[in-house]
Write a protein that binds this ligand. Sequence first.
Ligand SMILES: [Zn+2]
Length: 85
Amino acid sequence: MLLIDCPFCGKRNESEFVYGGPAMPARPADPSALDDAHWVDHLTVPPNPMGPVEERWWHLRGCGSWLTIRRDTVTHAIAEVRHGG
Ligand SMILES: [Zn+2]
């Protein structure tokens, strides 16, 4: 269970939040250069790296803010929480 330190509400259980996906996934520099299979992968397969990632979380059962969280997917340690994107 994650404990997310909302900048407005303080430390809260992740059950108060809704996962919003990866923050700003990298877009190919030249999408027209990709073949169909790679383009479909980019649009439909979310990245799932081991290590640090940036994610969007919505504090639905709290202040209603969208937060960006830098979290390690291996240890679940949260290094940074900031408001917005
Ligand atoms: Zn909050």
